[in-house]
Design a protein around this ligand. Structure first.
Ligand code: ZN
Ligand code: ZN
Length: 260
C-alpha cells in the first residue's frame, strides 16, 4: 500500500499583520478605512492581514471587497474583552462564521450608547470609504463572558484563538490572570514588543514551545510600520494554511522577524 502523497509542497514566505483596527473602533483614527488600510498594507508588502475591531465586524466586508482577489488575504476577526478584562483575538475562516460569533459577543456587551465626544466615532463605511452609518452602541468595555467561554465559542466555530498583546501590563492574559490557564486551547500568543520575548519566557517558562506572533494592533496607519513582523511559510495564503503554520504542522511555520 502506498501513502497518498509524500511530496512536501513548495512553501512560500508571507509577511502578516493579524491585528488591525478600522474606523469602527472608537479609539481608531478616521483614516482607518478599507482603501487606506489596503494601500498601506500593499506598500509594506504584507501578504496576509486580519481585521479585528472591538466587539464589531461591520467594516470587514468592505475591507474584503476592496482587497478583492489580489493580495493581501483578509482574514475576518474580532477583538474581545472578556469579563477578566483580557483581550483575545478571535479569527475565523469566513465572514458568516465570524458574524455568527459576533452576534453572540454583541449580546453580551453592556447596552451603553457611545458618547462620540468622549470615546470617538464608530464609523461603518463601504469599500469606497463612504460613510454608511455610525454604530451607536458603545463597543468598548467587557463582555459578560470568561476567557474560557470565549475560547470555547471560538473553537466551536473553527476559529483561531490568539490572546492579544500578552506582554502589555493591562488588558492582557498574562498581566490579568498571571498565567496561561492549563487547557486553554490557544493557537498562538501575540506579543506587542518582540524585544520582550526573552524576559517573558524567563518569567513564564511554561510558555516555551508556544507559537508567538506579533502584530501592529494599528489604530492609526503609521502604526503599521512595525520593527518586527510575523512571517508565515505556507503552501498558499489561506486561513487553513495559517492555522497549520501556527500549529507548526506539515512543515508550515510562523516566525517573528525584524522587518527588512
Ligand atoms: Zn487589545
Ligand atoms: Zn487591538
Amino acid at each position: 500500500m502506498f501513502a497518498k502523497n509524500h511530496q512536501v509542497p513548495i512553501l512560500k514566505r508571507y509577511t502578516a499583520d493579524l491585528h488591525i483596527h478600522t474606523t469602527l473602533s472608537p479609539c481608531a483614527d478616521l483614516d482607518m478605512g478599507p482603501v487606506n488600510i489596503i494601500r498601506k498594507v500593499r506598500s509594506l508588502g504584507i501578504g496576509i492581514i486580519a481585521i479585528a475591531d472591538h466587539h464589531a465586524v461591520a467594516n470587514i466586508p468592505a475591507v474584503m471587497e476592496h482587497a478583492g482577489s489580489a493580495p493581501p488575504l483578509v482574514i475576518p476577526g474580532i477583538e474581545v474583552q472578556t469579563k477578566e478584562e483580557v483581550h483575545l483575538l478571535c479569527l475565523f475562516p469566513d465572514f458568516p462564521t465570524l458574524n455568527d460569533f459576533a452576534v453572540l459577543i454583541r449580546s453580551k456587551l453592556p447596552p451603553f450608547r457611545n458618547r462620540a465626544a468622549l470615546f470617538g466615532e464608530q464609523v461603518v463605511v463601504n469599500a469606497k470609504e463612504e460613510i454608511l452609518y455610525f454604530e451607536e452602541m458603545l463597543l468598548v468595555g467587557s463582555v459578560a463572558m470568561s476567557v474560557e467561554n470565549v475560547a470555547l465559542e471560538t473553537k466551536m466555530r473553527g476559529g483561531l484563538l490568539i490572546p492579544s498583546h500578552v506582554d502589555r501590563p493591562a488588558y492582557s492574559l498574562l498581566a490579568n490572570l498571571g498565567f496561561l490557564p492549563p487547557g486553554l486551547d490557544v493557537d498562538a500568543l501575540e506579543i506587542a514588543r518582540p524585544e520582550n520575548l526573552a524576559n517573558l519566557l524567563t518569567a513564564h517558562s511554561a510558555l516555551r514551545g508556544t507559537t508567538f506572533i506579533t502584530s501592529s494592533d494599528a489604530h492609526f496607519l503609521r502604526q503599521m510600520d512595525t520593527h518586527y513582523v510575523t512571517v508565515f511559510y505556507l503552501a498558499e495564503p489561506s486561513f487553513e494554511e495559517v492555522k497549520l503554520a501556527l500549529g507548526g504542522k506539515e512543515g508550515r511555520k510562523a516566525l517573528i522577524e525584524r522587518r527588512a
